[in-house]
Design a protein around this ligand. Structure first.
Ligand code: PMV
Length: 312
């Protein structure tokens, strides 16, 4: 018989619609949860505190793990936040969210683990507290994260995000369909973030100007989303992609998928997340969803997901 867990936790993936990279430098960004893919954690009684992530081929004994292990860190931080000792529990993690592809898998796994522990103890943390906790773990993955991933994954709602400020939920004027296509190229965000930082250090004026332009696109995009203006939103995605290419974080695979999506009728397309691999997103009218998805697969996408923004 299947043992029933002492506690369970879940968290969705996420996509960044606008403003990646510039958000690290204080400009606004827009991100939405991707509920089609989730991370799950379950807690069972055990002799020691271990985290097992079968899909990732990892088993971590928390008491023995080094300080830079993300699984051990999230368990230790959750114990501290809940004022508990390390529990003799086995925390089993399953995630449907592809790793190193800009879909927020690291933040979602951390949030799911923390929630499963809190559920087992029957302790409540506010979303702001949980988001801060996950942010500490994100620092291991990213180096200098803006905090957008932990925020959208924990709040599980579309957010207007500015580093250091409270996330702002915002109104979605009409439902919008997005396709999310994976290049199949793993690209750790830490590397693209540090490449952009190195380039910014070489030429601050040029990069600050690019970040300003990306911030202005994100501001215009919020207005287009609130007004339900999909055509305007599509062209803003194309503009954001051109600016990301100037930041040198696009790639031949991302460019190919963006072009293919537009040629098949998408209203706009851009990379999402750190870039140089991972996923791109395309805004599509409902009638074009199948056609664009098919074209993206033919153009080399290894997986295409679809999501509807503003369906509630
Ligand atoms: O690669 P992702 O989806 O985790 O997104 C990173 C977004 C960046 O703006 C590139 C970095 C950050 O910390 O905001």
């Amino acid at each position: 018989m299947q043992e029933s867990p002492l506690g369970v936790g879940h968290a969705p993936g996420k996509i960044i619609l606008f403003g990646e990279h510039a958000v690290v430098y204080g400009r606004p960004a827009i991100a939405v949860p991707l509920t089609q893919v989730q991370a799950h954690a379950e807690v069972f009684p055990h002799s020691r505190c271990v985290v097992e992530a079968v899909d990732l081929g990892r088993r971590v004994d928390v008491a023995e793990a080094t300080a830079d292990d993300p699984f051990a860190l999230v368990v230790r931080l959750t114990c501290a936040a809940a004022a508990r000792e390390l529990p003799p529990w086995r925390i089993v993690v399953h995630s449907e969210i592809p790793i190193a592809s800009g879909l927020g898998s690291g933040a979602a796994i951390s949030a799911a683990i923390a929630r499963a522990l809190l559920d087992a103890w029957d302790v409540l943390l506010s979303p702001a507290e949980l988001s801060r906790l996950v942010y500490e773990v994100e620092k291991l993955h990213h180096g200098t994260p803006s905090g957008i991933d932990n925020t959208v994954v924990v709040y599980a709602t579309p957010v207007w995000f500015v580093k250091g400020a409270e996330p702002e939920p915002f109104h979605i004027g009409s439902p919008m369909h997005f396709l999310i296509a994976d290049t199949g190229v793993a690209s750790p965000t830490r590397l693209t973030v540090s490449a952009v930082r190195a380039a910014w250090e070489q030429n601050r004026a040029r990069y600050e100007a690019l970040f300003d332009r990306i911030g202005a696109v994100a501001t215009a995009a919020r207005e287009a989303i609130e007004q339900g203006d999909v055509r305007q939103l599509g062209s803003l995605m194309d503009r954001n992609q051109a600016l990301l290419a100037e930041l040198q974080v696009s790639s031949p695979e991302l460019d190919r998928l963006c072009r293919a999506a537009r040629e098949a009728g998408a209203l706009g397309a851009k990379l999402s997340g750190g870039g140089r691999g991972g996923n791109m997103i395309a805004l599509v009218e409902p009638v074009a969803v199948e056609r664009v998805a098919h074209t993206l697969r033919r153009a080399g996408a290894v997986r295409v997901l679809s999501t509807l923004l503003g369906d509630r």
